[in-house]
Ligand binder design. Structure first.
Ligand code: IMP
Length: 193
């Protein structure tokens, strides 16, 4: 059985990914399993660069094929930011509702409603050998904060062809269309072949 390392400290993501990998004849290892407690600085300018920094780091430390992901939201009315700074941008506000309202206000001001979420997964399988899998979901920013499911920016993001925010969709419904599941499916198809 082959081994694969998932470079993430996010417990929810690890559970989600472990579930997906259950059907494969692969031993999925977490950072705890291999005794890595430090992480490299996410100093990249793009999701792809940050994902690669993490998957290369995991591979170089262990010699085990390693994948890592990086994701975020890009909002037209904020000049397609915060992008790779999505987590920090939200955390810089005292409450997430304050952040959401400031985004909604900017849209009401300039009328630019478009937004997308993107995930990049990098798989490092050898020295200097890395493959990127991208997933994207287009949509728009809602006029109101809505829904109680999901996390992050879900309560203000309405996927294209929907009239509900991601936070109003069940986890199952979200997983069927999300940027993360699109990228993970591409990774799995690659590994399966
Ligand atoms: P990460 O790189 O997947 O940890 O994502 C970085 C940040 O982007 C998160 O902390 C969230 O604020 C935002 N984000 C990424 N994916 C999603 C999502 O599916 N829904 C809402 N926010 C997300």
């Amino acid at each position: 059985m082959g081994r694969l390392l998932f470079f993430s400290n996010n417990k929810n993501k690890i559970i989600e990914i472990k579930k997906i990998f259950d059907k494969f004849n692969l031993q999925l290892l977490s950072l705890t399993d291999v005794g890595i407690s430090d992480e490299p600085a996410e100093s990249g300018q793009t999701f792809e660069e940050n994902a690669k920094i993490k998957s290369d780091y995991g591979y170089n430390k262990t010699g085990i094929p390693c994948f890592a992901d990086d994701s975020g939201i890009c909002i037209e009315s904020l000049n397609w930011k915060p992008g790779v700074y999505s987590k920090r941008f939200l955390n810089d506000f005292k409450k997430k509702e304050v952040c959401f309202n400031s985004i909604i206000k900017s849209i009401k001001k300039n009328g630019k409603k478009n937004a997308y979420f993107k995930t990049s997964i990098s798989l490092t399988i050898n020295n200097n050998q890395n493959i990127i899998f991208n997933g994207k979901i287009n949509g728009k920013i809602s006029g109101q904060i809505k829904g109680r499911f999901g996390f992050g920016y879900d309560p203000i993001f309405i996927p294209q062809h929907y009239n509900k925010t991601l936070a109003e969709l069940s986890t199952k419904e979200k997983n069927e269309i999300s940027h993360r599941s699109i990228a993970v499916t591409k990774l799995i198809n690659f590994l399966a072949n």
